[in-house]
Design a protein around this ligand. Structure first.
Ligand SMILES: C[S@@+](CC[C@H](N)C(=O)[O-])C[C@H]1O[C@@H](n2cnc3c(N)ncnc32)[C@H](O)[C@@H]1O
Length: 279
């Protein structure tokens, strides 16, 4: 495992949202965990900006429907994977590097009875253990920022897609070159590797062999969402401190505060990319 991958795993092993925390919250609210439905999780298990609407945007761009074979790169706790299975009837495979995330995703999926349509594979999106031309769609949300060789992940997406299959994903983009200090802060706090502009990213996708649709700039939408997330992290830290528990990962918090500033200054932002493997 490279230092970048190790760093992403360390980051997600300590992430403030985990399957245990989600289940504890639901237990506290409902008094028990019996009969959980996929929709009971949706307010908690989507680790990307824009929640379910962001999933719907990807589903539409990737033409996901009943029976589509979808691969979710960097699937996290499996929130989007379960949503695509539940809402669209897709058959979803998540590829996820962090072992605790894989276990958490499997636990949540079992709890809501979707284990026949959602499966998780512990692994790296730069080396996907799936056969060539086996997927109708590859999707990913806010995760390739951790992947050191994005060209290789894109080549893997291309390889596993059937001809005519779609790739649709969101990721961080850099509208301006960051200072060395900001790059270091993003790396130390959130395991962020190299970032690209919208245009450079689109070129990278094209270089992997795809036909590329116009990229969508999500930066303005993310500004508001990020301010809300920051408020949530502030509250989680305050709650933890009040309970005498460790307040969490300080480097993460510092870099997140700076990230929110950088997005509000439009130095960093988000992009949604859609591409197709030629038929
Ligand atoms: C921000 S979370 C996104 C989770 C999910 N896409 C969602 O929207 O809920 C990013 C995830 O990428 C995973 N990840 C990072 N590098 C990876 C790699 N090389 N291969 C597979 N997963 C990776 C992390 O472990 C983490 O769970």
């Amino acid at each position: 495992m490279t230092i970048e991958m190790r760093s992403a795993v360390d980051f997600y092993e300590r992430h403030p949202i985990s399957a245990e925390i989600i289940l504890a919250k639901l237990d506290a609210g409902r008094g028990h965990l019996n009969g959980l439905a996929p929709s009971d999780l949706f307010a908690h298990d989507q680790d990307h900006y824009g929640g379910l609407a962001a999933n719907d945007a990807l589903a539409q761009r990737a033409s996901i429907g009943q029976g589509s074979r979808v691969v979710d790169f960097c699937a996290g706790l499996g929130g989007p994977a379960r949503y695509f299975a539940h809402r669209y009837g897709a058959d979803v495979t998540g590829i996820e590097l962090t072992p605790a995330r894989v276990r958490g995703a499997e636990e949540l999926t079992r709890r809501v009875g979707l284990q026949d349509r959602v499966r998780m594979i512990g692994g790296d999106v730069m080396r996907v253990p799936l056969p060539d031309a086996s997927a109708d769609a590859v999707i990913s949300q806010e995760a390739l920022l951790h992947v050191p060789d994005k060209a290789r992940a894109l080549a893997e997406a291309f390889r596993i897609l059937k001809p005519g299959g779609r790739l649709a994903f969101t990721d961080w983009v850099a509208h301006r070159t960051l200072s060395a200090g900001d790059r270091e802060l993003m790396w130390q706090g959130m395991a962020v590797t190299d970032l690209y502009s919208l245009a450079t990213y689109a070129d990278l996708i094209r270089d992997a062999g795809f036909s590329v649709f116009p990229a969508e700039d999500l930066t303005a939408d993310w500004g508001e969402i990020l301010r809300e997330r920051l408020a949530m992290y502030r509250k989680l830290r305050a709650d933890a401190q009040a309970a005498g528990a460790p307040a969490g990962h300080d480097a993460f918090y510092e870099s997140y505060v700076r990230f929110v500033d950088l997005v509000n200054d439009a130095a960093l932002g988000g992009g949604r990319f859609t591409a197709q493997k030629p038929a």
